[in-house]
Design a binder for this molecule. Structure first.
Ligand code: NAD
Length: 486
């Protein structure tokens, strides 16, 4: 089903060779260490060609004048196309980032649903007549920016790509997508699917390549008028600096170190299952991983014991094995970085209650695996509790009262997500309002809905994706006045 010949860039509805002098990307399967395939890489010349094609397509009267219902129809067809090629997409993601098969399949469905949702938003969200303040009719209409650069990470490429491409197209823009160098292939398939769905060439160009080559060239390009970025906080900061000089808006979805809180009155078993799922699913490579578990003293020992037992029972295996619950990390370098952070914590006096090592099964020897790890004996100021690890590593920290908890939970540079487990709904409300986080889950965790705004406080980002405002992110309001006087 998947061929092994070198994959090419996607510009103006066609496959195009990579830039001369820019080395192709070599995709490695993190589950086995085997080479998957090569992918042509873009540099500044391809960035320029893609942006020019997108600019022309964005200005074309056929696209500018296309009725929202027609745009919606194309978006819905893209959703159908993703589902029709769902097995191939899921397999490409599994080969490139090692996520378990069931999660890859779920992410295809989620990405397709995002296109369908924005088809609905596109068709049903209109201009507004603003309240009259004189002898005129005043309106707010919403215009596209033109060319949007969408830059995505490797942990969940399909869902992140859909989350940017669908609303940006719904809003009437053209998009140049720059997928992560680790996971370039699903975006390339999306380009083909969009063309087959009737999206005119140039409205979605896809440029695999590195951040410092094609990513930076796109951000700096004068015809790119908005960058929508998901990735690490330091990359986001660099992009924002360039955007500031261009006076260009940016949407940044960045890192996290999310607190997952258990009060004494919580349902302990449900909380433990959610904490384990919230940090170990996807090998912890999720921006919303609940990586700091704060547990009230009365249930601390019980929760820690159950968390350790749950972590030990998790099945770490090749991602295509039925029943595999955790695959490898996405790259060997990333696995080594995670291992080094845990080692540094151990040297600084942390207690590694379980994990903290590679698995010892022979069939996992050649992959980038790391065991689910639970760490205690630290406080919230420890490096391991402050830095984003982006791996299957949970820090467990006790707390005494609500005030102390809120101070500790908010004592982080990040503010992406959080979870609260309690039977007291008034406390749940109080704590939810006090937490500095873009998402709060109460007696649940990692529920994600395309219709609910998502984004970060503090260094976790700027702007909100998803929901109706997720389409408005890609539009600029314009006031129009019709004189009604004589
Ligand atoms: P990364 O920042 O290294 O790379 C993300 C993307 O940006 C890649 O496509 C990369 O090539 C590109 N890039 C890097 N530097 C660039 C630059 N200077 N100019 C333009 N493009 C550049 O992040 P990653 O390692 O791929 O992903 C992991 C990070 O992403 C974690 O910090 C994680 O928390 C974050 N993340 C956040 C969310 C969210 O919604 N908040 C979701 C997923 C991942």
């Amino acid at each position: 089903m998947i061929d092994n010949k070198q994959k090419k860039l996607w510009i103006d509805g066609q496959e195009v060779d990579g830039d001369a002098g820019v080395a192709p990307l070599v995709s490695i399967n993190p589950a086995t260490g085997a080479v998957n395939h090569e992918v042509a890489a873009a540099g500044s010349a391809a960035a320029d060609a893609a942006v020019r094609s997108a600019d022309e397509a964005a200005r074309a009267p056929a696209w500018r004048g296309m009725l929202p219902a027609q745009r919606a129809r194309i978006l819905a067809r893209i959703a159908d196309g993703m589902e029709a090629r769902g097995e191939e997409l899921a397999q490409l993601q599994m080969l490139e980032n090692g996520k378990v098969w069931r999660e890859c399949q779920a992410q295809v469905k989620s990405a397709a649903a995002t296109f369908r949702y924005y088809a609905g938003v596109c068709e049903t969200t209109g201009s507004e007549v603003t309240p009259a303040r004189g002898d005129y009719l005043s309106m707010a209409v919403y215009e596209p920016y033109g060319v949007v650069a969408a830059i995505t990470p490797w942990n969940s490429p399909m869902t992140m790509e859909a989350q940017k491409v669908a609303p940006a197209l719904a809003a009437g823009n053209a998009v140049v997508l720059k997928p992560s160098e680790i996971t370039p292939s699903t975006g390339l398939v999306l380009g083909q699917i969009a063309l087959a769905a009737g999206l005119p060439p140039g409205l979605l160009n896809v440029l695999p390549g590195t951040g410092h080559e094609v990513g930076a060239a796109l951000v700096a390009h004068p015809k790119v008028r908005l960058v929508s970025f998901t990735g690490g906080t330091e990359s986001g900061r660099r992009i924002a600096e360039v955007a500031a000089r261009k006076l260009m808006p940016v949407a940044l979805e960045l890192g996290g170190k999310s607190p997952h809180i258990v009060f004494n009155d919580a349902s302990v078993d449900a909380a433990v299952a959610a904490i384990a799922g919230g940090i170990f699913e996807g090998s912890g490579q999720s921006c919303v991983s609940g990586s700091r578990a704060f547990v009230q003293r009365g249930v601390y020992a019980q929760v820690v014991e159950k968390l350790v037992a749950t972590a030990r029972a998790l099945r770490v295996d090749l991602p295509d094995r039925p029943g595999a619950e955790m695959g490898p990390l996405a790259t060997f370098a990333h696995r080594d970085r995670v291992a080094a952070m845990v080692e540094a914590a151990r040297r600084a006096g942390a207690e590694i209650l379980t994990g903290g090592a590679r698995p010892d099964q022979a069939q996992l020897d050649s992959g980038a695996y790391y065991l689910p790890t639970v760490i205690s004996g630290i406080d919230n100021r420890a490096d391991i509790a402050q830095q984003e690890i982006f791996g299957p590593v949970l820090c467990v920290i006790p707390f005494d009262d609500e005030e102390d908890l809120i101070t500790q939970a908010n004592d982080s540079a990040f503010g992406l997500a959080s979870g609260i487990w309690t039977a007291d709904y008034q406390r749940a409300w109080r704590v939810a309002r006090a937490l500095e986080a873009g998402t709060v889950w109460i007696n649940t965790y990692k529920q994600l809905s395309i219709s609910t705004p998502f984004g970060g406080f503090k260094e976790s980002g700027i702007g909100r994706e998803k929901g109706i405002s997720g389409m408005r992110l890609y539009q600029q309001p314009k006031g129009i006045y019709f004189g009604m006087g004589a």
